[in-house]
Design a protein around this ligand. Structure first.
Ligand code: URA
Length: 266
């Protein structure tokens, strides 16, 4: 397995653009420390269980690197940022925990940082999945306005012709609205490559069903320019310095805490 499990501070952390030193909102800080999700952290803050430099934390408290943050009086430490690219195998669900007890991508990666998937792949879909504890970047990647490319290879029933490919490219009327223009090309008999930037539930399967070619097998070959080169199903690796920098620099930040609004699954 091409697993690289670094407990060390990554080299790119020294870069000013990827600084650990920026002030961040208390709920985001708590999420980064692995305490809870941002929403659950808000509840902890409202319950008065979090202090910053001895004072009760508020929902609008911003935390600096040197601040003393405590939960129920116990000091907390912010975790390092981590970015993991997983070659998701089939049969693994894209969540941190599954009520049905199925294996999860978070369990499969087993990263010491509290990384969570950016967006979602169906349990039977294989391919490129990014996991991170960098909520700011995850929000940017998942926000529809950034039009992050996701490339899927679908094995379908039948053999889509040029007319079908053109319809996929123009957008398909789905139950939740028309899909945005996509790129579609035939790779061989019953094999289609579809590049989309939306992230609606079962979108590729629904688009291909709508044009009469239900999906038999679905694989995401590329996510935001990240390919699976060198990764077998189930393998993962940390992103390179240059890959994190590229993602950060090509997706402009929005809003006070860097979030781009409400994230949608990708
Ligand atoms: N579209 C789908 O239909 N399924 C996926 O897993 C991803 C995109």
């Amino acid at each position: 397995m091409a697993v690289r499990n670094s407990g060390e501070r990554p080299e790119w952390a020294a870069s000013a653009r990827l600084s650990f030193n920026d002030a961040m909102r208390l709920n985001a800080w708590l999420a980064r420390a692995g305490v809870a999700s941002r929403r659950k952290s808000d509840e902890l803050i409202k319950a008065g269980r979090v202090t910053v430099n001895g004072e009760p934390g508020q929902l609008n408290t911003f935390v600096q690197r040197t601040d003393d943050v405590r939960l129920d009086g116990e000091p907390l430490q912010k975790q390092q940022l981590a970015y993991v690219l997983l070659h998701k195998p089939a049969g693994v669900v894209t969540t941190a925990s599954d009520p049905e007890g199925r294996p999860t991508v978070v369990g499969l990666v087993g990263h010491p940082a509290r990384v969570v998937p950016v967006g979602r792949l169906d349990a039977d879909t294989t391919g490129a999945l990014l996991l991170t504890n960098d909520g700011e970047l995850a929000n940017r990647l998942a926000h529809p306005s950034h039009e992050v490319d996701k490339v899927y290879v679908a094995e379908v029933k039948g053999d889509p012709d040029a007319d079908v490919l053109a319809r996929l490219e123009q957008g398909i009327e789905l139950a939740d609205g028309r899909s945005a223009p996509a790129r579609a090309r035939r790779l061989g008999f019953g094999r289609v490559e579809l590049t989309i930037h939306e992230g609606r539930k079962h979108q590729v399967k629904r688009m291909l069903s709508a044009v009469g070619h239900p999906v038999r097998r679905l694989h995401r070959s590329t996510y935001a320019g990240l390919t699976l080169e060198g990764l077998e199903p189930g393998d993962w690796r940390e992103l390179e310095v240059s890959e994190v920098a590229r993602l950060r620099h090509t997706l402009p930040a929005r809003g006070a805490d860097g979030g781009a609004g409400k994230a949608r699954p990708s």
